[in-house]
Design a protein around this ligand. Structure first.
Ligand code: MSP
Length: 538
């Protein structure tokens, strides 16, 4: 069965508008997906929204509208934003979708029939504000429940529970045997795995959820609804317990790479999800992998609505453009680590790396080719063996040409790893661009053009620059799709009607030195990355 590279992000809560953390994760996944497409792989990218739950129910009540209308309005904001930011997914996972609901209900029914789900009574302290039972872990050092829990009362409630215990030994053994299932770090599940998982809420206090088929007085709560999206939207059939008998459309995608933030690895993705899959009969080799990213903070502190420091990606994209925002979010963080969001850095990096460096390189290459060679790039070109040139000068030029063309191999290798360190790929491309600009300074084409004996040196330099730009465009495409098309258009490359503007213009196989043919005519330069002159406050 041909395999698809199947990747998902977390589905975002719809109790508020999208923020920068959501945007980062969707763009990171989009960039990784695009690197895999560039390699010619079949890719399926699933993302969406987590629409049920207490918070939505409360917000909708406050707004005086039905929860469905409430989530529809917020969902529309997410969809419009991903569109604006060029996040290209293959399937939209919205948890109120009937396809999803039926799958969740089928899964829960099967686990209930198999006695993996049971009903039990819970008695204890309950936070009305956070809608959860509290344990001693939630107590302050002085033994009290802090103000963040609001009103705390003693309650007794019956709910349904999913048995985790029978899978505990299996999970610990699986994680030990597969340390690479989580990037960048191994999860430490041991001490977190205790008790069973409450999977329901009585409708009397939460009606906005998926009803349990075996007890219509209840809805399922949180993780069985949310995590299941990863299989429900790609055709998992809950009535079939044997994995190998699942529809081929499902099997060709699964297992997934889940791209999630560090806050939802333990216990949700690292403990509950593998156990849920194991309980459903998924074999070990079908367990998913996790790419866990860090957080964007503000001056080292968490963004939060109550602090009023939540960054809005929509207005940033309007102010600076989608590409500037994509570039910043991909280049100023190391995957797996946290970073501080600073609008000033966004402007600085865009201006230095894109406007001054890459944009300038494109502009000067095309204007020199136009001015000195009527746009024609002759090559691949050799250095002119003419005497009369100082040894040092010849050596410098030759060496710089080698440095630049050699970077094609380095960059190609970095990108084809299509690893998760997008920041490193961008780093290599920036270094390459800098080396090209250095080549212009070392070679001084404006001097070469005045000396007929150095015509082939000039050709070699112009070829080296145009060919670098062509390959840089391919390798930067995942991060900056619009700019990559812009560079191709200006290079007058892959302009056939069936390719122009399409992603099919780009492939990693084309990112090899020397594929730009001798005599290719490049286009005229138009500024691709106009400098951002506004200040963060402006
Ligand atoms: N709905 C759950 C996930 C269910 S997945 C089956 C959820 N939603 S969320 O809206 O709170 O978060 C969605 C994703 O955004 C998570 O992966 C989370 O880690 C990520 N981020 C939320 N804030 C973030 C930052 N400040 N920075 C980076 N990512 C952050 O959790």
């Amino acid at each position: 069965m041909p395999k698809t590279f199947y990747l998902t992000t977390a589905i975002d809560y719809t109790n508020g508008a999208p923020h920068i953390g959501h945007a980062y994760e969707k763009i990171l996944a989009d960039v990784i997906a695009r690197y895999h497409r560039l390699k010619g792989e079949e890719v399926f990218y699933l993302t969406g929204v987590d629409q049920h739950g207490q918070k939505v129910q409360q917000s909708a009540e406050k707004a005086g509208i039905a929860p469905q209308q409430f989530v529809d309005e917020i969902t529309a904001k997410f969809i419009a934003l991903w569109d604006k930011l060029d996040v290209r997914y293959d399937r939209w996972a919205a948890t109120t979708d009937p396809v999803h609901k039926t799958c969740v209900q089928g899964i829960l029914q099967r686990l209930y029939d198999e006695k993996q789900i049971y009903k039990d009574k819970q008695e204890g302290y309950y936070s009305v504000r956070q809608e959860q039972f509290l344990t001693d872990k939630e107590r302050d050092p002085d033994g009290e429940f802090g103000p963040e829990w609001g009103q705390v009362e003693h309650r007794t409630e019956e709910n349904y529970y999913f048995k985790l215990e029978p899978h505990k030994e299996w999970l610990l053994g699986y994680l030990r045997a597969h340390p690479d299932c989580v990037t960048p770090e191994l999860i430490n599940a041991d001490e977190k795995l205790s008790g069973d998982l409450c999977i329901s809420r009585p409708k009397s206090r939460l009606s906005w959820g998926i009803e349990l088929l075996f007890d219509s007085a209840y809805v399922t709560y949180v993780w069985f609804d949310a995590l299941t999206n990863y299989i429900s939207f790609v055709g998992y059939d809950p009535s079939i317990s044997s994995f190998s008998l699942q529809p081929s459309t499902f099997q060709e995608k699964w297992p997934a790479l889940h791209i999630i933030g560090k806050d939802i690895l333990i216990p949700a993705h690292g403990i509950y999800w593998p156990i849920m899959l194991h309980a459903l009969g998924f074999p070990d080799e079908q367990m998913p992998k996790f790419l866990v990213h860090g957080w964007w903070n503000i001056s080292g502190a968490k963004m939060s609505k109550s602090l009023g420091n939540v960054i809005d990606p929509d207005s940033l994209a309007d102010k600076y453009g989608a590409e500037a925002l994509r570039y910043y979010l991909m280049s100023d963080i190391v995957t797996g680590k946290d970073s501080d969001f600073e609008e000033r850095r966004l402007i600085e990096l865009y201006n230095s790396d894109l406007a001054n460096s890459l944009g300038n390189l494109l502009n000067r290459t095309l204007s020199m080719a136009g001015k000195y060679r009527n746009g024609q790039v002759l090559g691949p070109g050799r250095l002119n063996p003419e005497p009369g040139m100082a040894e040092g000068e010849r050596w410098n030029l030759g060496q710089q040409l080698n440095v630049v063309s050699g970077l094609a191999v380095v960059a190609n290798k970095e990108a084809s790893g299509a690893g998760f360190d997008i920041h490193d790929v961008i780093g290599v491309l920036n270094h390459w661009t800098t080396q090209c600009n250095t080549l212009v300074e070392v070679a001084a084409p404006w001097k070469l053009v005045k000396d007929d004996s150095r015509a082939s040196d000039l050709n070699a330099v112009l070829y080296c620059l145009a060919e670098s730009l062509r390959i840089i465009a391919i390798l930067i495409l995942p991060a900056l799709p619009k700019a990559a098309h812009g560079i191709f258009d200006q290079l007058n490359w892959k302009m056939e009607p069936e390719l122009a503007g399409k992603e099919a213009r780009f492939s990693l196989a084309d990112a090899e030195w020397g594929k730009l043919p001798d005599g290719h005519i490049v286009g005229k330069p138009t500024p691709l990355f106009p400098r951002i002159e506004t200040s963060p406050e402006g």
